[in-house]
Structures are given as C-alpha cells and as structure tokens.
Design a protein around this ligand. Sequence first.
Ligand code: SIN
Length: 177
Amino acid sequence: MAETSTWVFGYGSLIYKVDFPFIEREPASITGWARRFWQGSHDHRGTPEAPGRVVTLIPKPGSVCQGVAYRIEHDVFDYLDHREKNGYQRMQASIALRDSQREVRGITYYADADNVAFLGPQAHEPLAQHIARAVGPSGRNIDYALQLAAALRELDEEDAHVFAIEALLLEQQSRAK
Ligand code: SIN
C-alpha cells in the first residue's frame, strides 16, 4: 500500500506555530545545516517593500540544527506549501528523532540563496535592528524571533545565532522603555 504520511522537519515558525494537523510530533534534528535569519519575509513578517527576516538553513558541514519533526498526512502539504511559499521549497532530509532515537527520511522547507526573497548574512546588531522594525500580515518580526528562541529553550536546545539575536532584541527593547 502506498504511504500516505511523511515526516516534516520544522526549524523556524513550524516549531511553535502548529496550526496544522499531525499524527506524531517529536523533537528532532538534521545534520549539515545551520539556522540563520537570512531569508526575507514579504508575506508574513514583513512586506515586499520592507521585508522581515526569518530563518532558513545554510549548508554547514557537521553543524546540527535542532527543531521538531511532525508526521503528517500528505494532504497537509497543500496548506504547508502555501504557508511557506515565499522562497521555501521542499527538500529531502534525513531527520534524527530525539526521543525514539530513530533516523527517518522526510522533508524540510528550505529557502536557498537563489530565491528572490533571500537577504543573506548581516552583522548581528543591524540584523536585530532590522527585525525590531519589520512587521507583516502575520505580525511583528520581533515576535517571530523571540518565540523561536523561547521554543528552542522549551525543547532544551541551544542555537548561538538565535540566542544572540534574541539578546540584542531584548536589550533594544529595554533601552526603548
Ligand atoms: C520552518 O519553520 O521550518 C521553516 C521556516 C519558517 O516558517 O519559519
């Protein structure tokens, strides 16, 4: 019988904004990739004129990116493909499930450096200032970044890049008060 479900690895908003049905959910990781706020967001946390900054995966040998994997029915892809349409494409991935200690094949949404919304690297300070300013139809860019950092902490995982941006955002917030 044909398989009707697939594992999807989420490393950004898919960790904490779970507005889709799933069969199983488990903390997970993929190896060889680093999470970076290098993708522009025209449709969720910014606009085409003033894009926000959201995370994508950057190839980095040996690096482990922590997130959450969901086993979903195939028809859920209609929703997820639409949600992730601003530069992200499905990419095959080998996903390590943390609790059940299994390695499964699945997919992840990857925005490569050639997509039109890609912004690329920026020093932490201006990057955090950019995030502090941006806002789009899904809300403030700062909430995306702070919620991601909180979700990683909840998973008991670390990400130096995300936590550095979070610290700068919190510092800017307290200075503005
Ligand atoms: C993901 O969460 O896995 C993709 C990027 C995002 O939607 O923030």
